[in-house]
Ligand binder design. Structure first.
Ligand SMILES: [Zn+2]
Length: 346
């Protein structure tokens, strides 16, 4: 894996905001800061169509600062406009010169660091927001919880969670991520083309991180927008978009396989930096999950999820996991246990 640009990281290390960066003649990356966590920003990608309209992939975390950065970026890249004060045409009253240049919005998945600002952008531009049908359903039902609250108590008991620890977990079951009140106009499915003049960007359904996660592939430019499916600096968590009938790990491994023919493309991820060596990185991501699955398989004789989880290695240390982190650890353990019970490991 080789970074093709580390400018956003370098800027942040100097205490500056990441600059708008040109990826191709008609493609830009804007790193949008986000609060908390170990990832400092998410990437918004701007594709300038042959008709002068801009297609936005993942508008990013919703904040006034990010909104101003996005509008300024649009002003910079759309011909005949300047960053500030350009007359808004086409959508009177939005007060957002630049936003009216946006003709389409696509979300790779439902997390607020990717589509948090989609509602604001959709309202200001009139552009349609497109996402996978599974994400649309989850967003409309506000159902992005990892456990069904009605089933939660029974589930924790079945997992072997000691009674004294159940309350601290229950209060996190119903914690839907903020910023997810969002209307989706158009559903995308594997193989669809995004409506961008002069581009052929194909939709790839890549479930795993969330059940309706999408990668977007531009064969003409050799670019693959990977969302949170494959990232350069961290291994993505799985099953983080609400409960699903399928096993997120099984889904994820198939989705990694789906990238195999495009391993030589430049990866334009949701966080970190753009890079080449996508094939190698995707394989590392699958290996990371399989290694965990093997670890779970080695303690499969333990009677419950709680017992299995307590024998695994955790970065923070098992005894120091509490509340949401503990619930998340148990959920991931259950996912791996279900996977190794029904699949043979390579
Ligand atoms: Zn995500």
């Amino acid at each position: 894996m080789h970074p093709t640009s580390t400018r956003p990281m370098d800027a942040l290390a100097r205490g500056e905001l990441p600059p708008l960066e040109r990826v191709r003649d008609d493609v830009w990356a804007l790193a949008q800061p986000m609060p908390g966590g170990h990832l400092a920003y998410s990437f918004t990608y701007l594709l300038l169509g042959a008709d002068g309209g801009v297609h936005v992939i993942d508008p990013g975390w919703d904040s006034d600062e990010n909104w101003d950065r996005l509008v300024a970026a649009l002003g910079e890249i759309v011909p005949g406009r300047s960053g500030t004060g350009a007359p808004g045409i086409g959508s009177p009253g939005t007060g957002s010169p630049g936003a009216d240049a946006v003709t389409g919005i696509t979300g790779t998945h439902l997390h607020p660091d990717h589509v948090g600002m989609a509602a604001r952008l959709r309202a200001a531009s009139g552009a349609q927001l497109a996402m996978h049908a599974v994400e649309r359903r989850a967003l409309e039902q506000h159902d992005t919880r990892t456990l069904d609250p009605d089933e939660a108590v029974e589930r924790l008991r079945a997992w072997g969670v000691p009674e004294a620890r159940r309350d601290e977990l229950i209060q996190h079951v119903d914690r839907s991520p903020a910023g997810l009140v969002l209307a989706v106009d158009r559903e995308l499915a594997d193989g669809d083309l995004l409506p961008i003049a002069g581009f052929r960007v194909s939709v790839m359904a890549t479930p795993g991180h969330t059940a309706g996660h999408l990668c977007l592939r531009d064969d003409d430019r050799g670019l693959l927008f990977t969302g949170d499916h494959v990232l350069p600096t961290v291994f993505p968590g799985l099953g983080l978009g609400g409960a699903t009938p399928s096993n997120p790990l099984a889904d994820y491994l198939s989705s990694v396989d789906a990238l195999r023919p495009y391993g030589h493309y430049e990866a334009a991820p949701g966080h970190g930096y753009r890079f080449t060596g996508l094939g190698q990185r995707a394989a590392e991501c699958a290996d990371h999950q399989l290694k965990r699955a093997r670890e779970v398989a080695s303690v499969l004789d333990e009677p419950t999820i709680w017992d299995i989880a307590s024998r695994l290695t955790w970065t923070a240390g098992w005894d120091r996991l509490h509340g949401f982190q503990l619930l998340s650890a148990l959920t991931q353990t259950a996912m791996h246990r279900d996977y190794v019970s029904t699949h043979s490991l390579p």
